[in-house]
Design a protein around this ligand. Structure first.
Ligand code: C2E
Ligand code: MG
Ligand code: MG
Length: 560
């Protein structure tokens, strides 16, 4: 290179030459200035002297491969200066070819200092992922951190705690002392949190006074308790901000992976829900998310949604189980029992879905549908000259609605041909537990409409005499669990005897449920109960079978 060019290059760029082994054979002044080494130190040294250790080995391997093949290589390299500081250079490496041998003779490199640009980029990148006030990772970066931590925990089978921390009373500080003080306080809080955390743990600021902590070293409840107590303690210690003495506490919600086996978003949401519980329970404390409760809730939601669809799509129907007088053989009526004709599972018994539905308002809609079906059935029976009654089961939630009687009245109006006395509503005593006077009034209003009531599953609940006195049920149904063992179990026999006596004393009819054998029926008749329902008489049957069953039914001779 002639001197003119060299002057120009020296003014513009960091310039060096190396031999084929990578040893430096020439450097200009700019090279010395930026690297901090003297020309003497550099000449003859291998270029590796500047290696920052920041690049993967393959980075240089690719570079040398290109150069050895006679190709120009361009790229940004991070070097380490003599004092240990890092600098970035935008480099162009050129292999010079000997025109005689056609082989690479040496390498020259021209570099430009891009450290400032790099730093700016780094700052910008940092800002994207951090909260400027506290220097903590922000919401965007938290999601990366949490995903990494979660992937690590899954791989290494290490538990993980995700905590949502919300300061108690921070708003009061902002309002009382101004936002500048609030900001300083947040910085102090961030510092305290950071100083408590251990390697591998992380804390991020979500917004305002909300922080998320990722704790890795949690092997059990004991350790979790200790870690969270340390955090609560540290934050509760007095603060002095701008000469104001301030106090603060925090509420923490925690969820534990892998017990709570969800994705990052759900874990944060669960921690958040638990945090609200901690707040409600009085602040300055932590609360652990209840996984099994949440799973149950989810299952309930799914089942209820599925039943709602079943109702819309006509997958529900009623089956009918007769109630008879064992002595005379007369059919008194039927009990309508809900069946779900599931398209793939087949008939699903109500015990598998009704208890969940009964926790929601769907039971009200479903219950009205059942009454509607029952009334239509009664109408049909009445038209064909049958004087049977029909019982429907009424869930507590449905009955406890303030407008039950009015809604029932409207349903009855839609079936003017039906004698309301044929409709029997089966209720359990526990419906009255919460509010006997109100339920009592509701039942009175229904009775005024002419419908009748039975106390179902009698003996399994409180069976309090005051309920029996106050609830206007004409009939008491002895629960099948007593009838089942009536022949072998003295207590069940005694209870059944007592229930029958009670019914007679209060002037109520009594029906035995779950009569499966002739002997059970015989025994019940001896005790004074002649009305019965059970597999021994007939299983619940589809509507289409009722007529032929009724035509064929004869009571066993032992009952006559
Ligand atoms: P429940 O009202 O006490 O109905 C009697 C249950 O005992 C029925 O079960 C019936 O099939 C069964 N059962 C009848 N005789 C015998 C017997 O001899 N042996 C045995 N082991 N069981 C017998 P199912 O149909 O599975 O209904 C269970 C419960 O679901 C009912 O108990 C009732 O509480 C509820 N349920 C049924 N349909 C409805 C409905 O439409 N609405 C509401 N709210 N609840 C309903
Ligand atoms: Mg019943
Ligand atoms: Mg029952």
């Amino acid at each position: 290179m002639d001197d003119n060019y060299r002057t120009a290059v020296d003014a513009a760029a960091i310039f060096s030459e190396t031999d084929l082994r990578g040893c430096i054979t020439y450097v200009n002044q700019q090279f010395c200035s930026i690297s901090g080494y003297s020309r003497e130190e550099l000449l003859g040294a291998n270029h590796r002297i500047l290696n920052s250790g920041l690049h993967e080995p393959t980075f240089f391997l690719d570079m040398w491969r290109a150069l050895a093949a006679g190709r120009v290589w361009k790229g940004e390299i991070c070097n380490r200066a003599k004092d240990g500081s890092l600098y970035w250079v935008d480099s162009t490496m050129v292999p010079l070819i000997d025109p005689h041998t056609n082989k690479v003779r040496k390498y020259v490199s021209i570099r430009f200092d891009v450290t400032e640009k790099r730093q700016l980029l780094h700052t910008l990148q940092w800002r994207v992922g951090h909260d400027v006030l506290t220097g903590l990772p922000n919401r965007a970066y938290l999601s990366d951190l949490l995903n990494q931590a979660l992937a690590f925990s899954r791989r290494e089978r290490i538990p993980l705690a995700v905590c949502m921390l919300d300061l108690d009373g921070f708003k009061a500080v902002n309002d009382g002392y101004g936002h500048a003080t609030g900001d300083l306080l947040l910085m102090e809080v961030a510092q305290r949190l950071q100083s408590i955390l251990r390697g591998g743990d992380a804390v991020a600021r979500l917004s305002g006074d909300e922080f998320v902590l990722i704790l890795r070293h949690i092997e059990g409840r004991q350790q979790l308790h200790a870690a969270l107590q340390r955090i609560l303690h540290a934050l509760a210690a007095p603060y002095v901000v701008r000469e104001h003495a301030l106090r603060l506490s925090a509420s923490i919600g925690v969820t534990l992976f892998p017990q709570d086996d969800e994705d990052a978003d759900a874990l944060v949401r669960h921690a958040d829900q638990a945090m609200y519980v901690a707040k409600q329970q009085g602040r300055n404390r932590y609360h652990v998310f209840d996984v099994s409760q949440a799973l149950e809730l989810k299952a309930t939601h799914q089942t209820v949604a599925r039943v709602r669809r079943a109702l819309r799509q006509g997958e529900l129907c009623l089956h009918y189980q007769p109630k008879v007088n064992m002595r005379s053989g007369q059919i008194i009526g039927f009990e309508a029992l809900l069946r779900w004709m599931h398209p793939s599972k087949g008939p699903v018994p109500p015990g598998e879905f009704l208890p969940l539905v009964e926790q929601t308002d769907l039971i009200v809609e479903l219950g009205e549908w059942v009454i509607e079906q029952a009334l239509a059935q009664l109408q049909q029976w009445q038209l064909s000259g049958r004087d049977w009654s029909l019982s429907v089961n009424i869930a507590a939630r449905q009955l406890q609605r303030g407008d039950f009687a009015e809604r029932l009245a409207r349903l009855l109006e839609r079936h003017p041909g039906v004698d309301p006395a044929r409709l029997d509503l089966e209720i359990v005593e526990s419906v009255a537990i919460d509010n006997l006077p109100r339920v009592g009034r509701c039942l009175d209003a229904c009775r005024a409409l002419g419908v009748r009531f039975s106390l179902d599953d009698f003996g399994t609940g409180y069976s309090s005499l005051s309920y029996l006195k106050r609830l206007p049920a004409q009939t008491i149904k002895i629960d099948k669990s007593f009838v089942r063992d009536i022949l072998h179990d003295h207590d069940d026999l005694a209870l059944t005897t007592a229930v029958i006596g009670l019914a007679q004393a209060f002037g109520r009819a009594v029906v035995a449920e779950g009569v499966e054998s002739v002997e059970q029926g015989r025994m019940l008749m001896d005790l004074g109960c002649e009305l019965a329902q059970g597999y021994g008489i007939a299983r619940p049957m589809a509507q289409a079978q009722v007529a032929s069953w009724a035509a064929a039914w004869r009571q066993p001779p032992e009952w006559r």
